[in-house]
Design a protein around this ligand. Structure first.
Ligand code: IFM
Length: 448
């Protein structure tokens, strides 16, 4: 990479690393509640301690400095700064993020702040959560609050991380908090997340501090398992659900037409109001794309034949027919070419796409005794090269993740970190991939 402005970074999120769930006035989020539901999270794991980053942040900044990254993407916990999601402000929470940001800047590391990485304050969920239009407005108020506090020191602002997961996995599949399995509610959640994004961008821009505003979207391009019309149509439905439900309104000013035939029997779309698309389609300064794997899609009957009971992720597809390629410890097929497709495809669809960051990419493999994670090194190298081959205006690459962390419904079983965390002692040990990434960054800089 021969661009001196290119950002090499790592990413984390608040709930996955901070712990300190009840410290300094933090209120509960939907993930605190969900983790208490028997069977919801593997092994009964919770975010109570996680990697204890809330107390060990200075040590973690030293790890970032030694790694040589020039950017760090992290998220703010909404319920740490507004325990009820609106109204009352918790100053100690805001002060934590200011200390972190100032330390990053002192060390020449640019903060990339994500405002929402899945941890809705429980008090707002109790009022309907993302199914409810008012949540979009509360989110914009919260974004303006954090921006008012940190706008003098933070330039890169991401509204949402992966709204697909919040809406469809959280309110459709029920595998994520709040654990709902709905049709209309899940589609409404997607719309209100997008609306909240647009309102938040407007509110932050109105704040006056210079800043760059974007959103982060997960991209798993859908590949039909055969070229039969039925499988091709199934792959289109999958792309509409996961990608185009978000990218079309954000960058194209309209929802995909296919949504009417896909969901007309489970939703009347009454949550869409006149003028919403203009709010959602705010011009953005960048888009962050997260890529881990492609989806291989076959046509299949709906799991639930009765539309009244159907959830929004039940779109008549089978995604279990994987190709014969290596898989990560998550079982995800390793296909770096999917990274190239994910980036290039979005640019082809939306030629006016803003500059792109790969805001997450990474993998899980079983550890050996010396933390010599050769498979992760190969994975990262291949995926970085694939991103660079996409022919988009690529401004940076963030590896997921700095530290092992709470992998949502999988609990602590799967480890994405460049740095191993011993969850008994909380000791951090850099893996071989950490040293590889440092060397990779240094070499890339020499070439620039
Ligand atoms: O850990 C998650 C992250 O929170 C969002 N993107 C995918 C990662 C790996 O599953």
């Amino acid at each position: 990479m021969s661009n001196p402005a290119f950002r090499w970074g790592v990413a984390t999120s608040a709930f996955q690393i901070e712990g300190a769930a009840r410290d300094d006035g933090r209120g509960p989020s939907i993930w605190d509640t969900f983790a208490q539901v028997p069977g919801a999270v593997a092994n009964g794991d919770t975010g109570d301690v996680a990697a204890d980053h809330y107390h060990r942040w200075a040590e973690d900044v030293r790890l970032l400095v030694d790694l040589g990254v020039d950017a760090y993407r992290f998220s703010v916990s909404w319920s740490r700064v507004q325990p009820e999601g609106r109204g009352r402000i918790e100053r100690r929470g805001l002060d934590f993020y200011r200390r972190l940001v100032e330390s990053l800047l002192d060390n020449g590391i640019e903060p990339f702040v994500t405002l929402y990485h899945w941890d809705l304050p429980q008090a707002l969920e109790d009022e309907g959560g993302w199914r409810t239009r008012s949540t979009a407005g509360w989110f914009a108020d919260y974004a303006a609050l954090v921006h008012d506090e940190l706008g003098d020191v933070v330039r890169k602002w991401t509204t949402l991380n992966e709204p697909y997961c919040s809406a469809v996995v959280g309110y459709g599949e029920g595998r994520h908090a709040p654990g709902a399995r709905e049709g209309h509610g899940s589609l409404a959640a997607a719309h209100h997340l997008l609306l909240g994004h647009g309102l938040a961008v407007q509110a932050m821009r109105a704040g006056g501090e210079p800043g760059e505003f974007g959103i982060v979207l997960n991209q798993s391009p859908a590949v039909p398992v055969t070229d039969s019309p039925a499988d091709v149509a199934a792959a289109t439905r999958q792309d509409v659900l996961l990608r185009r439900q978000f990218t079309d309104p954000l960058f194209g000013g309209a929802y995909p037409d296919e949504m009417t035939s896909m969901f007309g029997d489970i939703s009347d779309f009454s949550f869409r109001h006149d003028g919403d698309l203009e709010v959602i389609g705010q011009p953005l300064d960048y888009v962050g794309l997260n890529y881990y794997y492609r989806l291989h899609v076959a046509d299949a009957p709906h799991r639930e034949p009765d539309p009244a009971k159907r959830t929004a992720h039940d779109i008549g597809v089978d995604t279990t027919r994987l190709p014969d390629v290596p898989r990560t410890g998550m079982g995800w097929p390793v296909e770096p070419e999917g990274m190239t497709v994910a980036l290039a495809d979005l640019k082809a669809r939306h030629p006016g796409l803003p500059p792109v960051y790969v805001t997450e990419n990474g993998c899980v493999y079983p550890d050996n005794a010396d933390f010599e994670d050769a498979e992760r090194i190969a994975f990262l190298g291949d995926h970085i090269a694939a991103a660079q081959a996409a022919g988009v205006d690529l401004r940076g690459y963030f590896c997921w993740s700095l530290l092992d962390n709470f992998e949502w419904a999988h609990g602590y079983k799967h480890r994405f970190g460049l740095v191993h965390v011993d969850y008994q002692t909380l000791q951090r040990t850099p893996r071989a991939s950490y040293h590889w990434y440092r060397a990779h960054i240094a070499k890339a800089r020499q070439g620039s």
